[in-house]
Design a protein around this ligand. Structure first.
Ligand code: ANZ
Ligand code: ZN
Length: 800
């Protein structure tokens, strides 16, 4: 038989799959629906890189496996094409983003086809096309109607290089996520979505099969704190200041109160003698990033306002200071200083000579700071605190809140770190926010029948650097008529954050051709939630949180019938080169093209899968791929070679192989599935296998090397397509292992495990158990008075 011609075979089947519409999902048949979704890429002018392949190949293998297991798999693909990558590419190439984006989409679609994945391109969405963003605008309007979208002047993260506002998530560590520039603060009027209203709902993951780590990251990002606001009356003034605290049990230990430099009431609280120093301090604070201000090792600074506040519990007069370690966008922007039990406050008190008063103590009478303990599970008692003295800390905390609520000087409160989602962007390449401003009618939402608010094509799309959206400079766009009174009006010129586009795209795929609505509830309630969602872990706190929020909001409004969008979530790992992340700047990027050209996509895909567990990634190494190429050649030789008969042993091995490959793919352990197939093929080449067994091998390999399998299936006389065949079943009796692993107990505690023959007798079992190092250690600690053996289950010793 001739050598395997990978490229020829792959082109042949890609053509046939396309012509026969093999991967076009019939949505009317939803009894066995399986929505297999992978995060869609953004077109940027670059080719698909190895990370895409690493992600899409195994993802597709999983989808194919589901299909062969009788599922009606929906596996769509689309393009997240608004946003900076496309816009920056357009600026660089001088081609209009609409044109270059569509060219890039075409090019990427071809590359995606090269992978040999079963994309249903019939359901494709391109988020920058009017037929899509019309409905992104619709989603915005629905949120607006519900009061979930609002406009507010706010200090925002401004990237001077990208010339746009960034969401908090895009400006972590004070740097722009895209270009690494130092982020500046600006006061701008911006659109926000009330994701905070959903903070509590977003903390529930009921019924979701998600990685623990991702849920934890989201939980930390949402940052729920349970505590209370204490109200401090300002001496000689008609103002009260609230302080949010989680540990009000320390309220008798407050020796100063600090207010954020940005606090709106600060002006009124500065005494004339302190004015100059405070104003100077505020200016300096403005130059620092939040990270700098919060950093633990940075020296804490502050200046007195000259005002005092009254402790509602004991009437003490407490000095009010301004300090930049208090942030305005958390809690109330005012903090009670408890130097005895908080490290920052202690540093501050030491520097400015505030008294340090202990108000709680640990179980052994020791003093402690809250930084060192779990504040919600702390043990100890309250001291020096009037009537609350001697109470258990947690109980006292509740009593104190109760007292404050009765005396109207404070109340219990739950605080979230999560900020509302800032969606305004001063960029051209995004969906226009569908709002019109009229002198007479004010802020008017664009009526649904006037959507889409089309992005004009004839605009200078480079930002001018004046902080205004490029659309501001397009008169034809900006000047419009008021939808309510018909008078002169102006359009909102900001566009939406692209995370808005990707927060609902999975709802559009099954309904992508609908012209009069974004989606059909009936169709979605049948096909969603997404059964499997695969994508990068870097999306934990942005895309995945936004998508859950939008989904929940649409659910609450009755547009869809499911609360959560993604039932099962899996993050692919990362491929490294010599242990380092591949990046253009490091010059260590491996391009998939030359390998696909040389070996074909099946071999490339299998090699990526073989490198390591899918969720962990692996290190790229050119040499390994030839091993996979040899394996494929062996499979090809086996399929086309003489039929043989490996007898009962072969039967047994084949059944075990079916079990192993099925279980491994189910768990996305593709590497061990490939390894098991290699082992079997080696055996089969030696002892020969029959035609039926060959067909089974082709089927088992099909999810992993689809072209090779389809070709093999044809050679073996199978009916097109192998992907419409039922996945092989194994005979349970044949896969019973000859050996079992059983535990060894000593005095009722498992101290080790041994592997022995299923039918091993007591003598053999006991000998094996005693040989186990850990077991023998425990046995040597006393005298064995009893030995127990339950075949196939357990070995036990009683030692005295
Ligand atoms: C008194 C106190 C005593 C505090 C003590 C801590 C320890 P989490 O759990 O993160 O919610 N805080 C409140 N608002 C703040 C702001 N805007 N900027 C900086 N710090 C702020 O933390 C809650 C604690 O963070 C609050 O409890 C407050 O300090 C501080 F021994 O109040 B604590
Ligand atoms: Zn009007």
């Amino acid at each position: 038989m001739a050598k395997y011609n990978a490229r020829g075979v792959e082109q042949k089947w890609q053509k046939k799959w396309k012509a026969s519409e093999l991967y076009k999902t019939d949505l009317s048949d939803d009894a066995q629906k399986y929505y297999n979704l992978v995060m869609f890429p953004y077109p940027s002018g670059d080719k698909l890189h190895i990370g895409h392949w690493y992600n899409y190949g195994p993802f597709d293998s999983y989808g194919r496996y589901m299909r062969m297991n009788g599922k009606n798999v929906l596996q769509p693909m689309g393009f997240d094409s608004f946003g900076l990558p496309a816009e920056n590419y357009a600026i660089k190439s001088g081609v209009h983003p609409r044109k270059s984006t569509m060219e890039n989409v075409k090019c990427m679609q071809k590359q995606l086809t090269d992978i040999g994945a079963m994309w249903d391109f019939d359901k494709m969405v391109v988020t920058s096309e009017p037929d899509y963003y019309k409905w992104t605008q619709w989603v915005f309007l629905k949120l607006y109607e519900k009061g979930l979208a609002y406009k507010k002047k706010a200090p925002v993260n401004w990237c001077p290089s990208c010339k746009t506002v960034l969401a908090n998530e895009q400006a972590q560590n004070g740097k722009c996520e895209r270009c690494d520039s130092e982020v500046e603060h600006k006061d701008l009027t911006q659109w926000f979505l009330k994701i905070r209203d959903y903070a509590e709902k977003l903390l529930s993951y009921e019924g979701l099969d998600w990685p623990e780590k991702t849920m934890l990251m989201q939980k930390n990002w949402i940052g729920k704190s349970t505590g209370c606001d204490v109200s401090w009356k300002v001496k000689d003034q008609d103002i009260s200041l609230g302080t949010f605290t989680t540990t009000v049990d320390t309220v008798y230990g407050v020796t100063f109160v600090v207010i954020s430099p940005e606090h709106p009431d600060l002006d009124k609280l500065i005494k004339p003698t302190n004015k100059e120093a405070v104003e100077k301090y505020i200016k300096e604070a403005d130059k620092k990033t939040d990270i700098e201000r919060m950093a633990e090792n940075k020296e804490k600074t502050g200046v007195p306002t000259g005002s005092y506040v009254i402790n509602p519990f004991n009437g003490d007069e407490i000095p009010l200071w301004v300090a930049d370690y208090v942030l305005m966008n958390y809690g109330t922007g005012v903090v009670m200083g408890v130097p005895a039990h908080d490290q920052r406050d202690m540093d501050f008190a030491n520097k400015y000579n505030f008294p340090i008063i202990q108000s709680i103590e640990g179980e052994n009478g020791e003093s402690f700071i809250y930084d060192d303990v779990d504040k919600y599970n702390v043990k100890g008692r309250i001291i020096n605190s009037g009537d609350f003295s001697d109470m258990d800390i947690l109980k006292g905390r509740k009593e104190i809140i109760k007292w404050m609520e009765e005396n109207k000087c404070g109340k219990g409160k739950i605080q979230y770190r999560l900020r509302d989602w800032l969606i305004s962007r001063q960029r051209y390449w995004g969906a226009p926010i569908p709002i019109v401003y009229c002198d007479k009618c004010g802020e008017v939402p664009v009526p649904e029948d006037q959507l889409p608010v089309e992005l004009p094509v004839d605009v200078e799309f480079k930002a001018k650097g004046d902080g205004k959206s490029p659309l501001f400079h397009s008169d034809s766009f900006r000047k419009t008529k008021c939808p309510e009174c018909g008078g002169e009006a102006e359009r909102e010129v900001d566009t939406m954050d692209t995370f808005m586009c990707s927060s609902w795209y999975f709802l559009r795929y099954p309904c992508n051709k609908m012209e009069d609505k974004p989606f059909d509830k009936g169709v979605l309630d049948k096909w969603l939630p997404v059964d499997m969602y695969v994508g990068g872990p870097e999306h934990a706190c942005m895309h995945l949180l936004y998508a859950r929020f939008i989904n929940m909001a649409l659910y609450d409004m009755g547009h869809i019938g499911f609360k959560e969008p993604f039932k099962r979530l899996v993050h692919q790992g990362m491929i490294t080169k010599d242990g380092a992340k591949m990046s253009k700047s490091k010059g260590n990027v491996v391009s998939p093209d030359e390998f696909v050209e040389k070996y074909g996509s099946d071999i490339f895909r299998m090699y990526l899968m073989f490198m390591g567990p899918f969720t962990e990634g692996g290190d790229w190494n050119d040499k390994g791929i030839t091993g996979i190429a040899r394996f494929v050649e062996k499979v090809w030789g086996l399929i086309g070679g003489e039929d043989g008969d490996s007898g009962a042993e072969g039967e047994k091995m084949l059944n075990k192989l079916i079990k192993k490959v099925s279980g491994d793919i189910e768990k996305m352990h593709f590497n061990t599935a490939v390894a098991a197939l290699m082992e079997f093929v080696n055996f089969a080449k030696k002892s020969g296998i029959g035609k039926a067994a060959k067909k089974t091998v082709a089927q088992l390999i099909a999810p992993l090397a689809p072209h090779l399998a389809e070709e093999s299936w044809e050679v073996l006389g199978g009916k097109y397509s192998i992907f419409d065949q039922k996945w092989p079943e194994y005979d349970a009796a044949m896969v019973v292992d000859d050996t079992v692993t059983i535990g060894v107990q000593i005095n009722g505690k498992v101290r080790g495990e041994i592997e022995i023959a299923v039918d091993a007798d007591q003598e053999v079992a006991m000998a094996a158990a005693k040989k186990n190092q850990n077991v023998s250690k425990y046995l040597s600690e006393g005298k064995v008075v009893k030995e127990i053996y339950v075949p196939g289950k357990i070995v036990g010793f009683v030692v005295k």
